[in-house]
Design a protein around this ligand. Structure first.
Ligand SMILES: [Zn+2]
Length: 414
């Protein structure tokens, strides 16, 4: 039968033969029987040494990649062998993933799609349960983590993100040019969380780190100073600009209440995104709205102007001129009488050294990297919110963002 020829071409295993193929039209299932080739001795499941056969176990089903709208099952009766070293054990089955009901090829195939689609969608499309998709991803992620190369890490980013209400995750990213990836995820955002992560990556793998991009979270700063003393700590742009946005939000909320009390509640209504978006990203309607808001001499608008004027800071190439700008800007901000923006100015003064460190590192850390990673992580968290388990989320994050090596087969099914 032609199908056997195809299988022998793309998914052949020494010591085994594809035999009977049965198509069940009612269940839409294609069953392919595999028999052991008597010319070969079975291999020990532990050491893979050829051993003498002992007995047979019950027949097992291994799901293969479905095709033409048919479920595809491989049927095989595993043998037990008598290994000189390991005694009586189950033979090595080259297409299996442990006790999983899927073949390795199908596992890799499912994991490939689980990177692109929601896992529920993957399960539905390929006629399997969500648990099987989970197991497939677990298999490739475990392989990837074991086989990834943790060399040449020069810059890392550490950040915390919200997961499930009040819970936090600590994320460690490799932000070295050309090898950006997620290195580690851990529950919580304590000093010991980061410490655990750094140890897991291996402190010896992090000895070449020259810069760590981080937010103001002191627990992290402390650990980095202690464990990576040679690295420069950089307070990244993303976290600084987040403080500005929080300030604008605070001013806008208060001003809205004040205006409402005076009977002008509509002036600032639904204006939040006008202020939080970058000016170049505003829609035409929002741009028009901003022009109107500008005429009102509002506190929110003034705060927004102060934020926009600070953006210039990031265009400097030299730290001395950048420092001068920072000092001038904080002076103006402190005189603004706008409390939330004065708070930002104080924060900038307090962290000046770590902020200016950004200009000291070469090659300069791209400002969008940590932010981009965080946005991707947040999308994945949203997608997986329904599952609520940390292990599923952890897998999904490593799978999508870890840039992990995948197990390789002789034929690529994807
Ligand atoms: Zn053995």
């Amino acid at each position: 039968m032609l199908l056997q020829t195809v299988l022998n071409d793309i998914y052949k295993f020494a010591g085994f033969q594809y035999k009977k193929i049965i198509l069940d039209n009612k269940t839409k299932e294609l069953t392919i029987q595999i028999l052991s080739d008597k010319r070969y001795k079975p291999l020990c499941g532990k050491c893979r040494n050829p051993s003498s056969g002992y007995d047979k176990l019950k027949e097992r089903i291994f799901l293969f990649i479905p095709m033409w709208g048919l479920k595809v099952k491989l049927l095989y009766t595993p043998r037990r062998v008598n290994c000189k070293e390991h005694g009586i054990v189950v033979e090595h089955i080259p297409w299996a993933i442990g006790k999983s009901p899927i073949t390795e090829a199908f596992g890799i195939y499912l994991a490939h799609w689980a990177k692109k689609l929601d896992w529920k969608e993957v399960a539905k499309t390929f006629y399997v349960s969500w648990d099987i998709v989970f197991n497939a991803v677990q298999y490739v992620v475990a392989y990837g983590l074991k086989n990834r190369i943790l060399q040449g890490i020069k810059q890392i980013g550490v950040d915390e993100i919200h997961f499930n209400k009040m819970k936090y995750l600590t994320m460690i990213y490799d932000i070295t040019a050309n090898q950006k990836r997620l290195l580690w995820i851990g529950k919580e955002r304590k000093a010991k969380t980061l410490l655990r992560g750094l140890r897991k990556i291996g402190l010896s793998n992090l000895q070449g780190v020259t810069a760590v991009s981080i937010d103001m979270w002191q627990a992290y700063v402390k650990v980095v100073k202690k464990k990576l003393p040679k690295a420069i700590i950089i307070l990244d742009r993303f976290h600084i600009m987040k403080k500005f946005n929080e300030a604008i939000d605070e001013v806008r909320r208060k001003e809205y209440v004040d205006l409402k009390a005076k009977g002008h509640g509509t002036v600032l209504k639904n204006s939040r995104w006008c202020f939080l978006k970058k000016p170049e990203n505003l829609t035409e309607k929002q741009e028009q709205r901003m022009k109107e808001l500008a005429k009102q001499n509002l506190m929110t608008y003034k705060t927004n102007l102060l934020r926009e004027s600070f953006q210039k800071f990031w265009l400097y190439t030299c730290s001395t001129t950048a420092e001068k700008f920072l000092e001038d800007w904080t002076l103006i901000a402190m005189r603004s009488k706008i409390e939330p923006i004065k708070k930002v100015a104080k924060m900038l003064r307090r962290h000046k050294k770590n902020i200016l460190n950004w200009f000291m590192v070469s090659p300069r850390i791209s400002n969008g990297t940590v932010e981009g990673f965080n946005n991707k992580a947040k999308t994945i968290i949203r997608q997986h919110y329904g599952f609520r388990t940390f292990s599923a989320l952890e897998l999904a994050l490593y799978h999508s963002m870890g840039d992990l090596p995948m197990p390789q087969l002789t034929h690529s099914f994807v």
